[in-house]
Design a binder for this molecule. Structure first.
Ligand code: DNO
Length: 398
């Protein structure tokens, strides 16, 4: 597998040199500064590519785009979308011309990944990201005051939410809002409660079927261009894989993935196998999903979560948690071997350690939530060990 590492660009607190020290060779990045829906020009792409390769001794290349974001209007299906589709296609062409052929994107309405705690304490002073179902329910029912929210969460969670909410201060509530907003698209936008309500209102009348139809419309508009220029599109699953705040989520299960891949059948229409996102859903057996959709996996995020019965989960050690990482890595290495045997020159699947804990010198460094240096270094080192062991024992190419 190609070992990669997410880098948020020149402002990232983890510099390129540390990516090399961590042992990765591929960089996963995006032009985060460009607003959604605006073309990524050849010049801007080349400039970022130059930056990544500026010090040849680091041995880095830009291997995956994460993400080329899909404008909210496309998800909503709002108005004339021809210009937005065309801009997306131009960006794809420009990326392909620069030799960047794998694009990760998502189709989550309004919110991207969602957590309630960004610094859940672990032994020895480390911290982890966490999703507490009762805190999320408290946000939804008592802060957002979304009609119907209590019914959706059910009596037990609503009670737990009420009890928790009764103990909170204004500062706790603000912190919860900030944590939930941390995963917003672009990672830089933030909404307050009235703005969030406005964003949610844009989805009135958009149910699962409609959102699916809007995704299919998007894929029909861009997949022919991907095929033409050799781009592999890799949709990222919903994180967590369930409806949130009344918004439908349509990339949450094996059935969802099958629908998307079948709706627009093409080698270019593929998947980011995000083990942590899928693994947060009780419905998902991640190694089985990897085996079922193996030929369509264009990129993978390896991370693990430990789930609780009420829908809460914590980001565990990369080899801890509920997903059998050895089995998952085996599935991915088997797929690589099949690609290699077929003569596919892109047989290596790019993988990156997803979210790390905040460990040691990470504490206080202000990295993007989950994107710490030491925590991800540990995750990558553990995963690399598994990859080597599985490859050796099963005789599969690395
Ligand atoms: C979170 C990430 C996601 C991912 C996007 C892809 O850490 O995995 O934000 O980048 O959903 O479009």
């Amino acid at each position: 597998m190609e070992q990669t590492w997410r880098w948020f660009g020149p402002d990232d607190t983890v510099p390129l040199s540390h990516i090399t020290q961590a042992g990765a060779t591929g960089v996963v990045t995006a032009l985060h500064e460009i607003p959604y829906g605006v073309v990524w020009t050849r010049e801007a792409i080349e400039e970022r590519k130059r930056l990544i390769a500026a010090d040849p001794s680091l041995g880095l290349r830009w291997s995956v785009v994460e993400s080329l974001p899909v404008h909210e209007r496309i998800k909503i299906g709002e108005g004339d979308l021809s210009e937005l589709f065309e801009n997306y296609r131009i960006s794809m062409r420009n990326l392909a011309a620069a030799g960047v052929h794998t694009i990760c994107y998502n189709f989550m309405p309004v919110l991207d990944w969602t957590r309630t705690e960004l610094h859940h304490p672990l032994a020895g002073g480390a911290t982890s990201l966490r999703f507490n179902a009762h805190e999320f329910a408290a946000f939804d029912i008592f802060m957002l005051e979304r009609p119907g929210a209590a019914e959706e969460h059910g009596p037990e969670l609503t009670e737990a939410a009420r009890a928790w909410f009764a103990t909170t201060t204004e500062a706790d509530r603000e912190a919860l809002l900030a944590n939930i907003m941390s995963g917003l698209p672009g990672a830089y936008d933030r909404y307050d409660i009235p703005q969030l309500r406005e964003q949610l209102a844009r989805y009135d009348g958009i149910d699962r079927a409609k959102l699916r139809a809007n995704l299919v419309r998007f894929l029909e508009a861009i997949i022919p261009t991907a095929e033409e220029v050799g781009i592999r599109m890799a949709i990222h699953p919903d994180d967590p894989p369930r409806n949130l705040m009344g918004l439908p989520r349509i990339v949450s299960s094996a059935e969802d993935i099958a629908f998307i891949l079948d709706a627009v059948p093409s080698p270019a229409n593929g998947l980011t196998l995000c083990a942590g996102s899928l693994g947060a859903g009780a419905q998902n057996d991640v190694p089985a999903i990897a085996r079922r959709f193996a030929p369509k996996i264009h990129f993978t995020h390896l991370r693990n979560v430990a789930k609780d019965a009420d829908g809460s989960f914590m980001e565990a050690d990369h080899l801890g948690g509920d997903t059998d990482m050895v089995d998952l890595v085996s599935a991915l290495l088997e797929e690589q071997a099949a690609r290699k045997a077929r003569g596919d020159e892109n047989w290596r699947i790019p993988m990156r350690p997803d979210h790390g804990h905040e460990l040691m010198d990470d504490v206080g460094r202000g990295s993007h939530p989950g994107y710490t240096a030491v925590g991800r270094l540990k995750g990558l080192a553990e995963l690399r060990g598994v990859m080597h062991a599985v490859s050796t024992i099963k005789g599969l190419p690395l």
